[in-house]
Design a binder for this molecule. Sequence first.
Ligand SMILES: C[S@@+](CC[C@H](N)C(=O)[O-])C[C@H]1O[C@@H](n2cnc3c(N)ncnc32)[C@H](O)[C@@H]1O
Length: 188
Amino acid sequence: MTGVNHGANRKTPKKFPWQDYQRFVDAGTAQGDLAVQVALAHPHLAGAGFDLPEVEPIFEEYAAQNGVSDRLRFIGGDFFKEPLPQTDVVMYGHILHDWNLQEKMLLLERAYDALPKGGAVIVYEAFIDDDRSSNAFGLMLSLNMLIETPGGFDYTGADCTAWMKEVGFSETRVEHLLGPDSMVTGVK
Ligand SMILES: C[S@@+](CC[C@H](N)C(=O)[O-])C[C@H]1O[C@@H](n2cnc3c(N)ncnc32)[C@H](O)[C@@H]1O
């Protein structure tokens, strides 16, 4: 995931007002490249990578290699079974597309519950364009998710915005990152 997403992970820190926040959780962090890039770009932040417990050693090693272990910690858990830790910003990088609509909504609710008023969620992946006509990569990836997972599918920025609003987020914004990747942000 680091190899595929490193370029866009480096853009994410620049497209969000991190100066207004202190803490973040990168949910489904894998090796943690998104968390590492955010921490490297913003030395005032402290964050956590949340993932299944077996991921911990690769996360810890990568954070240490990048010199951010003092500000990044790993939290092991299952985001369907337990709440996310309380924080100012929750990030989901290439996570929602793995799951069906009900699971996507639950993950957005988990983020909402972890945030104070004014906290933010960032959902980042290869969004399909709203007309479903030009982001061929996003469309093909969605087909791939339908084949590879029981219920996963990719979706448009408009879909994500509507789901965020249903959960209670406002001030939603869609921003292009790099190549097929964009991010959608919402504020509690
Ligand atoms: C597609 S990868 C995304 C990795 C990274 N966020 C990125 O954008 O490069 C999905 C991640 O979700 C994690 N994951 C899957 N099911 C999970 C669960 N129930 N609770 C927590 N993490 C989970 C996987 O271990 C994996 O690291």
